[in-house]
Design a protein around this ligand. Structure first.
Ligand SMILES: [Zn+2]
Length: 366
C-alpha cells in the first residue's frame, strides 16, 4: 500500500512542479518566480529565455538518487514545515497532501522523513480554528497520531483577543502541552506588527508556558499580505519588552538578511530559521549547476557568518521544497563543523525537545 501511495505522490509532485521539467540555470525570472511574482511580470520587465547553461530535466526519483542516504545518518530536527493547509487568506497554491486520506498522508510523510533523515519535525497550524481549536492545531494533531515525529506550532491571531477566546487558547495549551512546541505569528499575512496590542496576551502566555514565538519575517507569498508588518525590525520592540520569551525570525528575514542579523546581534532572545530560502526549482538549479543564487552569496551566507551559528535553526518549509533536497542544499552552505548545532542541537535547546538518536518509526516498511 505504502509503495503505491508513494509513487502516486511522487507523480503528483512531478505534475505540480513544472520546475522539474523546465529547469534552467538562474536568471532574474527564477528569482521572480521564487519571490511569488508571475512569469507575466517577468516578461514585462524584459526578461526572456534565461541565458545560463541549460540542464536536463530530472524526475524527483533521480534527484533523490543523487542525494546522500540520509536514513543512515543521525536524524535532524526540522523546526519549520507545513503538514496541513494553513488557510491564510490570499496565499497562493495548495498543499500537495490536502484532501488525501489521513493514512495516505501519514504513509507519505514516513517515506519523506526516511529519505530526508528527519527525526523530529514541527508542523505549522492553521488560522481561523475558532474557539474549539483556537491555535489551529487539530489537523496537524490528527496526523501526529500516526506520525510520532510530528510536533505542532500554534498560530496566534491578533484579531482574537477577547477573554473567552484567550481562555480557550490557554485550555488548548494545557491539553496539548506534550505536542505543542511554539507559537507562530503571521505578521505580513494577518497584517499586524509584532507589537500590536492583539498579540500582547499571547506573549504573556508564551512567557508563562515557556513557548518560543516564531514570526514570519520577509517576503510574503500572498495577494493580500503587506511587507511592512513582516520586517525584522518590528521584532526589536517585543524582544525588549519580553526578555524571557525566545523569538524566532522565520526565513531569516529574507531578503532583509542584514536587518535580521542586527536583531540577533542586539537581542540574545532572538533566533533565526533557515526555512523558505529555496523552492524546488531554485534548489534543483543549485544541485545541478553548483551555482548559488545571488541572495545566498550576497545575503544569507555572509549574514550567517556574521551572526555565528548558535541561534540558527534548520527548517525546510515543506512543501515549498522536498525535504531531502532542502537538507542537501543547506548542508552545502553551512560549514560542516556547525551542522550538529544548526540541524539538531540548537532546536533541542530552544524548544526543549530530545535530540533524536534513531528513527522512532518507519524503518524498513517501504
Ligand atoms: Zn512556512
Amino acid at each position: 500500500m505504502t509503495k503505491d501511495v508513494q509513487e502516486k505522490a511522487i507523480r503528483q509532485d512531478a505534475e505540480s512542479e513544472d520546475a522539474y521539467s523546465r529547469q534552467r540555470a538562474y536568471g532574474r525570472r527564477d528569482f521572480l518566480k521564487w519571490a511569488g511574482l508571475s512569469v507575466a511580470a517577468a516578461s514585462l520587465l524584459g526578461e526572456d529565455t534565461p541565458t545560463g547553461a541549460q540542464t536536463a530535466a530530472s524526475t524527483p526519483e533521480e534527484t533523490l538518487a543523487s542525494l546522500p542516504r540520509y536514513d543512515r545518518m543521525e536524524p535532524i530536527i526540522d523546526v519549520h514545515m507545513h503538514a496541513v493547509e494553513n488557510r491564510l487568506e490570499g496565499l497562493k497554491g495548495t498543499h500537495p497532501e490536502a484532501g488525501l486520506p489521513v493514512a495516505d498522508v501519514a504513509a507519505r510523510f514516513q517515506a519523506i522523513l526516511r529519505e530526508s533523515g528527519t527525526g523530529l519535525l514541527f508542523g505549522m497550524g492553521a488560522v481561523n480554528g475558532g474557539t474549539s481549536d483556537p491555535l489551529g492545531l487539530k489537523a496537524t494533531l490528527t496526523l501526529a497520531e500516526r506520525i510520532p515525529e510530528l510536533r505542532v506550532i500554534g498560530i496566534i491571531d491578533p484579531r482574537q483577543r477577547d477573554k473567552a477566546y484567550l481562555k480557550a487558547v490557554e485550555a488548548q495549551i494545557e491539553r496539548e502541552r506534550g505536542k505543542l512546541v511554539a507559537f507562530k505569528a503571521y505578521l505580513g499575512y494577518l497584517n499586524a506588527y509584532p507589537a500590536d496590542r492583539g498579540y500582547q496576551p499571547y506573549y504573556r502566555l508564551a512567557a508563562q508556558y515557556g513557548l518560543p514565538v516564531v514570526f514570519h519575517t520577509g517576503d510574503v507569498y500572498s495577494t493580500k499580505g503587506l511587507l511592512k508588518y513582516a520586517h525584522p525590525l518590528g521584532i526589536d520592540e517585543v524582544a525588549v519588552a519580553y526578555p524571557k520569551v525566545q523569538f524566532v525570525l522565520a526565513h531569516f528575514g529574507c531578503p532583509w538578511y542584514w536587518d535580521a542579523t542586527e536583531m540577533l546581534w542586539k537581542n540574545d532572545n532572538v533566533w533565526a530559521d533557515l526555512s523558505g530560502q529555496l523552492v524546488t526549482s531554485s534548489a534543483e538549479a543549485f544541485r545541478k549547476t553548483g551555482q548559488l543564487p545571488p541572495w545566498f552569496t550576497h545575503g544569507l551566507v555572509p549574514a550567517m557568518e556574521s551572526t555565528g551559528y548558535d541561534r540558527i535553526l534548520y527548517g525546510s518549509d515543506y512543501p515549498v521544497c522536498p525535504m531531502a533536497l532542502y537538507r542537501w542544499a543547506m548542508e552545502k552552505v553551512i560549514p560542516p563543523d556547525q551542522h550538529a548545532k544548526v540541524f539538531r542541537e540548537n532546536a533541542a535547546k530552544l524548544f526543549q525537545v530530545p535530540v533524536q538518536r534513531a528513527f522512532a518509526s518507519g524503518t524498513g516498511s517501504a
